[in-house]
Design a protein around this ligand. Structure first.
Ligand SMILES: Cc1cc2nc3c(=O)[nH]c(=O)nc-3n(C[C@H](O)[C@H](O)[C@H](O)COP(=O)(O)OP(=O)(O)OC[C@H]3O[C@@H](n4cnc5c(N)ncnc54)[C@H](O)[C@@H]3O)c2cc1C
Length: 403
């Protein structure tokens, strides 16, 4: 057992930290206020080699590990704790990898190098208006027409569609669509990379509208209505009716790095809280001297250390899965555990640190509330609600026959 990083990973971490401190941290509030567009941030991430870290260099990636992706995402979250920048990077860690693993060569060659440069974005279009948790019940249909599929249906809360429309190449959404009968449940679902803007040209056949989010404003999320959007047949991922497992794999992988983003935000909060409780004097003493404060700090610090280890374990499990040394169930349980621990920690740390700041935290100038609002996105649902994380862990450990 060795809790240290390898020399290579330490050097990688130092490089990411110095990039994030220099390029992202000074402007994270501008990102949250949409004064610095995420498309420009993406170009910077692309130049720094932080998009698609585990993608093959054949497709413009870094041939990196999931552990490196987790290290990078934590640093990006520390630099931009509103979470827009790390979420951009983590989505582009998981979903392009699903395209690399299950897509056709010509599609990978066309799209993935553009993703790695920050010129294209691959979104995930899963959730539907009637609910996001029960993926096997989705109604969006893919209908075969000649050499293409056409998508009909409604997807809700899709992150990054506006970004796709603003990027030079554009990109697409990994869409979960029904190709079998509704009663076939998960066995009637396929996964397609639906091109929303390709080589700079917006595709016809869909409507999109941004929601007005309470936080994480830098990376918009909205409603996507599919009205016969054409998906060329080579943009199918995996096999017809074989999409459910691939989609679950994408979520499992994404969650390992969502944990990293939440750990980065929690670390930012705890560091700002620490500075504050040491210097804020009330009743003649720094508030850090009161055990009501210092014990709570100690509790959150210990939970942060534990959450980070859970994230590293999840990313390490993902790397073992790619080498054939772990099964996807292990990635699912480790990813859900990491997300569950880290997301609730980030939210609870934000609420506690806001109390330490007192009334000042209620005003945007202190910025703590921005971090709370960003972290809440994962707390309420993004990439799976908290109960669904518990369901994945319970099914994986107790057994599907019981839960
Ligand atoms: C900021 C943000 C960004 C997002 N980005 C995307 C995106 O890019 N792509 C995308 O497809 N979706 C996205 N989502 C949607 C997200 O994936 C869903 O919110 C999530 O899957 C939950 O679905 P739902 O909100 O419809 O809740 P529902 O599925 O309606 O669930 C409602 C509640 O019931 C609970 N529940 C459901 N089933 C059970 C059960 N069996 N046992 C116990 N409790 C249960 C849930 O935990 C939840 O609390 C985003 C959401 C947010 C907030």
């Amino acid at each position: 057992m060795d809790f240290g990083l390898s020399r290579e990973d330490e050097l990688f971490l130092e490089a990411v930290r110095s990039f994030a401190e220099r390029e992202i941290a000074p402007r994270w509030v501008d990102i949250d206020e949409r004064r610095w567009p995420i498309e420009e941030v993406a170009a910077k991430l692309g130049e720094a080699g932080l998009l698609g870290i585990p993608l093959s260099s054949k497709y413009g990636g870094q041939d990196g590990t999931f552990l490196q992706a987790a290290l990078a995402v934590e640093e990006l979250a520390y630099a931009d704790p509103s979470l827009a920048t790390p979420v951009y990077a983590l989505l582009e860690t998981a979903w392009p990898l699903i395209v690399q693993r299950y897509g056709r060569d010509e599609v990978k060659e066309e799209v993935l190098p553009e993703v790695a440069k920050g010129r294209a974005f691959i979104a995930i279009a899963s959730t539907e208006p009637q609910g996001g948790s029960d993926v096997a019940s989705f109604a969006t249909k893919a209908v075969r027409e000649g050499n293409a599929w056409r998508l009909y249906g409604e997807k809700n809360m899709v992150t990054g569609v506006a970004t796709i429309l603003n990027l030079p190449y554009g990109g697409g959404a990994v869409a979960i669509a029904r190709t079998g009968r509704p009663e076939d449940r998960h066995r009637g679902i396929s996964l397609l990379l639906a091109p929303l803007k390709r080589k700079g040209v917006k595709s016809p056949g869909f409507e999109y509208r941004d929601w007005d989010e309470i936080g994480r404003h830098g990376l918009p999320t909205g409603y996507l209505r599919l009205e016969g959007l054409e998906v060329p047949e080579e943009f199918l991922l995996g096999e017809v009716n074989g999409g459910f497992k691939l989609a679950m794999e994408g979520f499992d992988l994404a969650r390992t790095v969502i944990g990293a983003a939440s750990v980065g935000a929690a670390r930012w909060l705890l560091d700002r809280g620490l500075e504050w409780i040491r210097q804020r004097a009330v009743f003649g003493k720094p508030i850090a001297s009161y055990q009501a404060i210092s014990f709570k700090f100690a509790e959150l610090y210990a939970r942060l250390e534990a959450a980070r280890l859970a994230v590293y374990k999840a990313a390490w499990t993902a790397d073992r899965y790619f080498r054939g040394q772990a099964d996807v169930q292990a990635v699912a349980v480790a990813g859900a555990s990491a997300k569950y621990l880290a997301v609730s920690l980030a939210v609870e740390t934000a609420l506690e640190v806001m109390k330490w700041f007192g009334g000042a935290s209620y005003f945007k100038e202190t910025n703590v509330a921005r971090v709370l609002l960003g972290a809440l996105s994962y707390y309420v649902g993004a990439e799976g609600a908290e109960n669904i994380m518990k369901l994945i862990i319970a099914r994986g450990v107790i057994g599907k026959e019981y839960v």
